[in-house]
Design a protein around this ligand. Structure first.
Ligand SMILES: Nc1ncnc2c1ncn2[C@@H]1O[C@H](COP(=O)(O)OP(=O)(O)O)[C@@H](O)[C@H]1O
Ligand SMILES: [Mg+2]
Length: 254
């Protein structure tokens, strides 16, 4: 599981994340949903032990991320918002190298798992091409394969659907649902309401570094009614006010 406990991050004087608490249970797919700059990536980087919280802490399975970051990191798989990949390796070489880093014993079993993962993600055909020729979607997928090769119990995906076509997004959803049903704890971030709705069991809406609402999509819709701030966020996330204005304008012209 993931347990964020009053996480706070202050960059010099700017508070990017403030007193943020939430839990994601094993078997659950949870979305941090919020506009750009709301603190999603910063929150994830604190959970991953990549960024030290100014205040608060987090537990990842049985480990505290502040006092026991090494054990916590071992059980996590992470796809960053903008993965930095070794362009001069082939996809297969990269996954193989990642498997070495995790000290997964070489041999037939590991080979089989790598092939399975690449096939599942639909990048097996390109696995002998250099990563530098990969499209954005393929780069995401190879990055996802690298994040999953050590079978992490906790999976953190930062805007993983960005730059991926609907088919790729469906594949990722399928894989994540499967892993969750095997007990993985999955946290994703997105600024797109639709994606959170389609891919996740529960959603936490974050704005200016603070959790403003949490629940299933149905619960959130019920909460949003009549509550102006939440309603506004929903509109922003669904491309609301501007889209409405554009539609009105077009309506007037035609
Ligand atoms: N290293 C940093 N130094 C200063 N400000 C930062 C740093 N990282 C992020 N921020 C700021 O913190 C806020 C939240 O950023 P981020 O967590 O990346 O948001 P999101 O992922 O929701 O788009 C933004 O205003 C961003 O500019
Ligand atoms: Mg981000």
């Amino acid at each position: 599981m993931i347990e964020a406990i009053k996480l706070t991050k202050v960059f010099s004087k700017f508070t990017a994340v403030k007193d943020l608490s939430f839990q994601v249970q094993p078997g659950e797919i949870y979305a941090l949903l919020g506009p750009n700059g709301s603190g999603k990536s910063t929150t994830m980087r604190m959970l991953l032990g990549l960024l030290r919280p100014t205040l608060g802490t987090a537990r990842i399975m049985e480990y505290n991320i502040t006092s026991n970051p090494e054990d916590a990191k071992r059980v996590m798989g992470y796809v960053p918002e903008e993965p930095v990949l070794p362009e001069r390796l082939t996809g297969y070489e990269f996954i193989n190298y990642t498997a070495d880093i995790w000290r997964i014993p070489r041999g037939e079993k590991r080979e089989k798992e790598i092939t399975e993962l690449l096939t599942l993600l639909d990048i097996e055909d390109a696995s002998n091409d250099l990563i530098e020729v990969y499209s954005k979607g393929m780069s995401r997928k190879i990055s996802l394969a690298a994040a999953l090769i050590h079978r992490p119990r906790v999976i953190i995906l930062d805007e993983v659907q960005a730059g991926i076509d609907p088919r790729g997004a469906a594949t990722i959803k399928e894989i994540m649902t499967g892993l969750a049903s095997q007990g993985a704890t999955i946290l994703m971030s997105t600024h797109v309401l639709e994606i959170a709705e389609q891919m996740c069991d529960r959603i936490g809406i974050i704005n200016e570094g603070q959790m403003i609402a949490e629940g299933t999509m149905d619960e959130l819709r019920a909460q949003a009614r009549g509550q102006s701030s939440l309603e506004e966020i929903f509109l922003t996330l669904t491309g609301g006010p501007d889209m409405q204005r554009i539609a009105d304008y077009l309506g007037e012209v035609t």
